[in-house]
Write a protein that binds this ligand. Structure first.
Ligand code: RNT
Ligand code: ZN
Length: 421
């Protein structure tokens, strides 16, 4: 379709939405302001650049062997550059500590400093991406027992405490350098395959470790601390120290951010319903948007009911300025750049669909108890010409409209990824 037809389709869609009292231009203005934090780890199957030979551990796994994974930071940045060119809007990058660039030297994780991320900072500045960060408490000899901050071994605990402290300072540096607060998210793998005799002590140890990590106050203008719980992992099926309840309590008590990962709950449990509950007690949330298939499988985010429900909650509850949206999945069985782009475009599409709701009309239905009209209206909305609005947004934002975003990916695959043997 040429630009003029995209424009015409938009004008018709705009009229249809206006009949419901929805201002499509305003929805697009809002959408253009929402940053997603793209997870660097989709580009190389969570390998990172330490080159220590440690396999991915900690109960997470990337499966598949699609050719062309990024082998160096330069390749990863080039791949990301392409992904960002295909995603409408201006977006952030979410880095993990194991993506440090040490120039071949061995720098222990508890000694990492902003210097090892200088190239990332430069790249972020040049491309106008803000950065988010994560300490990496996995794929490392000190995490071999499966325990880190909740280890019974004081030496191990201290090593990881130091690592997390180092990471908060790196997050602070990102925030200062880039003029946008970095969300530094702590997730640990600690847990057990089989039923422990003592569930209590590791949780007390974890609380104490976190208290030590967070003891130093950092200006929230530069760094925001977040904690991410989960239900289970591979090899931690019976007990996870950092469970949802643990971190919910911890985040509220310490007024830090809570992270909700969509794959970290029971398969029939959705995080959409949790948002308005936890937002009463924490200032801000971090979302890890993922897709679990039967388990915490980290599949590429699709335009699912689950995703739409989350976006609706963010918009309906007016939470967009208090929620940080990150992606978190790792699929090595398809083109990794396409994986980023598909997941990110879907997340934005879901947000747009939510922004195109006649919110006041729907709220009136709630208050009046007119559940029939509410159902009828919500179902009608599903057939509205929302994709014409989305296409126009892509046009406005200078990214490919529709499926043809795959042309650039295929071209790059033939030209660049094919060289990576
Ligand atoms: C693991 C968590 C965590 C990781 C990343 C790599 O279950 O979801 O967020 O996916 O830190
Ligand atoms: Zn996550």
């Amino acid at each position: 379709m040429n630009d003029q037809k995209i424009q015409q389709a938009y004008e018709l869609a705009k009229e249809r939405y206006a009949e419901l009292g929805v201002d499509t231009d305003r929805a697009l203005q809002t959408l253009a302001q929402i940053p997603l934090s793209l997870h660097c780890w989709q580009g190389d199957d969570v390998t990172g650049f330490e080159n220590t030979g440690d396999a991915l551990s900690g109960g997470i796994a990337a499966t598949g062997n699609y050719p062309g994974k990024a082998r160096t930071a330069a390749e990863l940045r080039a791949d990301l550059d392409l992904a960002y060119r295909l995603i409408p809007g201006k977006h952030r990058l979410n880095l993990h500590a194991l993506y440090a660039e040490t120039g071949g030297a061995r720098v222990e994780r508890n000694e990492l400093r902003p210097e090892q991320f200088a190239a990332w900072i430069d790249w972020a500045k040049q491309n106008n991406h803000a950065l988010d960060f994560n300490p990496s408490l996995f794929s490392h000899p000190q995490a071999a027992s499966g325990f880190t901050l909740a280890s019974y071994d004081k030496g191990i605990r201290n090593f990881w405490i130091e690592h997390c402290i180092a990471c908060r300072k790196i997050g602070e540096a990102f925030g200062r350098e880039l003029g946008s607060a970095c969300v530094t998210n702590i997730w640990i793998p600690d847990g057990l395959k089989d039923t422990p005799a003592n569930r209590r002590t590791p949780r007390e140890l974890l609380r104490n470790s976190l208290d030590t990590i967070l003891a130093e106050k950092i200006d929230r203008q530069y760094n925001l601390d977040a904690v991410e719980g989960k239900l289970f992992g591979l090899g931690s099926e019976s007990y996870v120290v950092g469970s949802h309840e643990f971190y919910l309590g911890y985040a509220i008590t310490n007024q830090i951010l809570l992270t909700l990962d969509t794959g970290h709950f029971h398969p029939t449990e959705t995080i959409a319903d949790k948002i308005s509950a936890v937002m009463l007690y924490v200032d801000e949330l971090l979302l890890h948007v993922s897709r679990g298939v039967r388990w915490d499988s980290d599949h590429v985010v699709t335009f699912s009911d689950d995703l739409q429900l989350i976006a609706q909650e963010l918009v309906r509850g007016n939470y967009l300025n208090r929620v940080h949206i990150g992606l978190d999945y790792f699929d090595a069985s398809i083109n990794r750049i396409a994986a980023w782009v598909i997941g990110a475009r879907n997340t934005l599409r879901a947000l747009l669909l939510a922004l195109l709701e006649p919110s006041s009309q729907l709220r009136v239905c709630d208050v009046m108890g007119d559940y029939t009209s509410r159902l009828a209206l919500l179902e009608e909305l599903k057939g509205m010409p929302f994709s014409a609005v989305w296409d126009y947004f892509c046009l406005q934002q200078n990214v490919p409209v529709g499926y043809c975003f795959m042309d650039s990916i295929k071209e790059y695959e033939g030209r660049e990824l094919a060289k990576r043997k």
